[in-house]
Design a protein around this ligand. Structure first.
Ligand code: SF4
Length: 414
């Protein structure tokens, strides 16, 4: 099997994991996906990459053909969109996570790449303008540390033998060692490890061979410790990578409160850039195959709430959890808060501080900055002024005053 066929074979079973600056469209679901040496630097001249012949790849592949290889478009933290190859070094795995298509014992064709082979396969796609960045994960064979060495080796070959300077996202494997995490941070733009569940008890119902604290949380702590104690110039391109994690939502009976409590703690304690929430989708021939799929609305409300915690100054206790610890599916959590707190006490847009502006539905971090800047120049008098600043006036109008007057009667203009 050639490398392109191998990539296709991995991609057939791999639900595309949300990544990078993913914003959730409603209706998007996918199956669960896999988790994520102090080696001597292999510094060689960049032009050594010319020694590696690129396998033939059609230069202008359709989006469908790219997807079949595992290439999808991802928004980078700065907003730029790139074509990202998301693949596995091996689709074989010795672990048995209940939701995962790659779990041990499931009967399908497995493929494994050698590190050099993976690096060259990616470079050929990059040269053919099929993929610009690499998101590399793996199943686990002979322990997480051994696979982590091989993931690191792919990145080392790309960086130092083949001269690739573009985007690399490396998974940290359960069982990886601290020195390996540090090495991955020297090579990648982003590193991630999937917690899958919000705590030890819930993880046991999803992935009984994974250790929540020792194997999954500890590497996130190491990343943060390294970022805090070592100079950023040691990281790739003079920066330490950001970190993310992913949760399977609805696979273990966990509540939204549990998921968001852990997310908030990770934001604060290890500066997690963001959490991804993947609505559970049953995979045939797994222990959870008869469990119903989770609604994508739950995933969506979790994303909205995690952004409120991370970017809007909300506390966990301010989110509209039900008695059962879940978010209502039929209402935006920020609107629910505003209905309870701002309906009778609307925000005066010309006087409110940034934190208060961020409480208004329809005003995000950019909108709040734009309002503050515009206010320094002139008084904001009607909804047209706000609309010009990027505020979603239809959502904001019930909760604001403009120069002392409620603007709601002007809504018919929009
Ligand atoms: S460790 Fe679990 S989630 Fe990762 S590939 Fe193996 S079975 Fe799947």
């Amino acid at each position: 099997m050639d490398t392109v066929d191998k990539l296709r074979t991995v991609s057939e079973h791999m639900g595309l994991e949300p990544a990078e600056d993913y914003r959730p469209p409603i209706g998007n679901t996918h199956s669960g996906t896999p988790c994520g040496h102090s080696a001597h630097e292999l510094r060689r001249p960049a032009d050594e990459s010319a020694r590696y012949a690129a396998p033939a790849v059609a230069p202008a592949l359709s989006d469908d053909k790219k997807r079949a290889l595992g290439v999808s478009y991802a928004a980078m933290p700065g907003g730029k969109r790139i074509a990202l190859l998301k693949t596995l070094l091996t689709s074989a795995c010795e672990r048995n996570c209940f939701y995962c298509p790659f779990r041990a014992g499931r009967d399908f064709r497995r493929v494994t790449f050698k590190p050099d082979e993976m690096a060259q396969a990616f470079l050929s796609l990059q040269r053919a303008k099929v993929a610009e960045g690499l998101f590399l994960s793996s199943g686990i064979i002979n322990g997480g540390a051994r696979i982590q060495d091989r993931l690191i080796a792919v990145a080392e070959v790309l960086r130092f033998k083949l001269g690739f300077k573009g985007y690399i996202h490396l998974k940290i494997m359960p069982g990886a060692e601290r020195a390996q995490v540090e090495r991955a941070m020297q090579l990648a733009d982003r590193v991630s490890i999937n917690l899958e569940a919000p705590n030890t008890q819930r993880l046991a119902a999803l992935a009984p061979l994974k250790e929540f604290t020792e194997e999954l949380v500890q590497p996130l702590r190491w990343v943060e410790e390294i970022r805090r104690t070592q100079p950023a110039r040691l990281g790739w391109n003079g920066r330490w990578p950001s970190t993310t994690t992913q949760f399977v939502v609805g696979g273990a009976g966990e509540t939204d409160l549990e998921l968001l409590s852990t997310t908030e703690a990770l934001h604060k304690q290890v500066r997690l850039a963001r959490a991804y929430f993947s609505a559970f989708h049953p995979v045939p021939d797994t222990p959870l195959e008869s469990r119903p799929a989770e609604t994508p609305w739950r995933e969506f409300r979790l994303y909205q709430s995690s952004f409120l915690l991370r970017d809007y100054g909300f506390g966990l206790e301010e989110l509209p959890f039900t008695q059962a610890g879940n978010l209502p599916l039929d209402v935006d959590p920020k609107v629910a808060w505003a209905q309870a707190h701002l309906s009778e006490a609307p925000v005066e847009i010309n006087r409110a501080d940034r934190q208060t502006l961020l409480r208004v539905p329809g005003i995000g971090p950019q909108g709040a900055e734009a309002v503050l800047a515009a206010r320094r120049r002139h008084t904001l008098r009607d909804l047209r002024d706000l609309k010009a600043l990027g505020v979603i006036v239809r959502r904001a109008a019930p909760y604001i005053l403009l120069n002392g007057r409620p603007p709601a009667r002007q809504l018919s203009l929009w």
